[in-house]
Design a binder for this molecule. Sequence first.
Ligand SMILES: [Zn+2]
Ligand SMILES: [Zn+2]
Length: 151
Amino acid sequence: MNTINQENCQCECGACKLTLSHAPKGRFFCHCEICQKVYKKPYSDVSVMDAQSVSIAEGSPIEYTSYWSGLKRGTCKECGQPVVALLTQFPLLKIAFVPSNTIDNSIQVPDSQAHIFYHRRVDDIDDNLPKVSGFIKSELKATGIILPALK
Ligand SMILES: [Zn+2]
Ligand SMILES: [Zn+2]
């Protein structure tokens, strides 16, 4: 796989920049209340990859908030938009969640695989993806998307 050295991902205002060293392999929509709050949207659209493949440009004004142990959600101090969330509770498994809409066209973002936390939805979604309701089932579905997405 080619190594990418150019920033290919940025928040809405452009203050926070990331470089993804390869295309993410997993993607899902999450309707949980935290996503609704952080993304200021009915649901989040996140791409998943191993955190080692995500480098954050020096000086990016990211503020991290932990809503539950392990998951740190980073938002831009300038525009307030999500930049990257990092799951770091497992020593050997560091996972990054990148908002799909911040990834530029040079990266092929995969198709979304599911809607999770669908019981928290603001609106019904009319598409062919699996809709997963319930906390445990949603977590399991997310895990099933995340694990194969790690290289
Ligand atoms: Zn920003
Ligand atoms: Zn969520």
